[in-house]
Design a protein. Sequence first.
Length: 247
Amino acid sequence: MSQSLDRALTLLDALAEGPRTLDQLAETIGVHKSTVLRLLRTLETHRFVQRDGVRYYRLGTALFDLAHRSLEDRDVRRSVEPALRELNAQTGHTVHLASYEDGEVVYIDKFESRHQVRMYSRIGKRAALHCTAVAKVLVAAFPEERRREIATGIKYEKKTENTILTPEAYLSELATVASRGYAVDNSEHEDFIHCVAAPIRGPRGEVLAAMSLSVPKVLLDLDGLLGLVPDLLRAAEKASAECGYHR
């Protein structure tokens, strides 16, 4: 490691303990104040260090941004797999994990049901925004203006008799999802399947992904499906904790 890099990292480590003066930092790394000042100016330029009043220096915003981006870049699928697998084993029903990517909702993991009825879904397949529970959860997490923008851009293809067909109805449903904390697909995408979904949150409470339980209607009616919501929410809470979320 180069001497300058080693000194800069040592300075950052010292500042992690709290604001320090130039004299204190010079003493920490055992060099003249002019050397420390040159390092601090470089770190300031890149926002790793910032002034705190006249005499003190403290950690800058770039470090917090990097930490946040690092947490966001964690493999969500790997982190939440135990919670998904446990929910699948507990209920015996199909469990999905989905994320919002470039205007689309994509299935990124799936655990199959123990029952003979199989879902159309597969990893990498897109989920319809207007009639799947995972999509409702993910879109409901956006600010109202973004929700409206998405709602007005959807082609409302009728899948079943229960499919939402207008932006107004969709926005109303999203408001319900955001308030309730989970979404329901009441046979809106496939008439023989219904589904419930819940958000998986990151360190700041942001929604990283959605997990769902999908059940054939021949096995559970709507009341039976809703009876699984507490299990789903507990699993989503476990998954969120693995992603750094704490209430």
